[in-house]
Design a protein around this ligand. Sequence first.
Ligand SMILES: C[S@@+](CC[C@H](N)C(=O)[O-])C[C@H]1O[C@@H](n2cnc3c(N)ncnc32)[C@H](O)[C@@H]1O
Length: 237
Amino acid sequence: MNQANFDEARKAEANYHNELYSDHEILEPGTWMSKPVPIVMELLERILQHKDHVTVLDLGCGAGRNTIPLAVRLKGTNSRVVGIDLLEEAIEKLRENSNKYDVADVIEARKGDAEQVDILEDAYDYIAACGCLEHVSSEEAFIKVLERMKMGTRLGGIHCITMNTDIQEVERETGRALETLIELNLPTEKAFSILEEVYDGWNVLDRKTTLLSIDEEKYEKPSQFRCQSITFAVQKI
Ligand SMILES: C[S@@+](CC[C@H](N)C(=O)[O-])C[C@H]1O[C@@H](n2cnc3c(N)ncnc32)[C@H](O)[C@@H]1O
């Protein structure tokens, strides 16, 4: 993707998410933010079978639909959940939600780009990156972020990655295909082959695809976002 298209994709994504976070609440009916991603919570329970306090990173955390339930579950355990998002509005909303759900003492909310943010060595027991990694600037950037996530993970730690692949956008009224404005639109099999190569030697806990379609108000006219959403969960052994 050239720089102009990348900038346009970033702008469209920022507008969409800013509007979503200001008009809708997490963990309330009506949007995809109404519940945490089930596997994100299930994998936390798996880690808690062996540890009584953990450090969690939620990369591309948005307003906190996963970050908040993770922190609620971990409250009182001396654990920490770090939420990082590219958008100031997402981080503000996450802070607001941390107070609303009484988990401000568990959560650290930070603005940052997944491509550049510091991830300290062996800092985390669990890293979730849900709907974030398809927004990095290139395949190389994607691989570099994964490598940094790996380096930042303790032995026995888990990564839960969900990302949209093979994305198509269509105009809702007419079904007309739109030019897809996504920073990294990988074919599904390519995404899996990168993940499998990067995580060679880790234990694969889950690997699946789900056909997804979401109505969006992202462009001038209502559109529909269609993709293969992939889930890839792995454990460092
Ligand atoms: C589809 S939302 C998902 C939010 C959250 N993970 C969830 O599952 O509810 C994607 C989020 O990733 C953030 N994002 C996109 N590109 C990013 C990047 N390069 N670094 C950090 N966050 C990014 C967006 O601002 C947005 O809040």
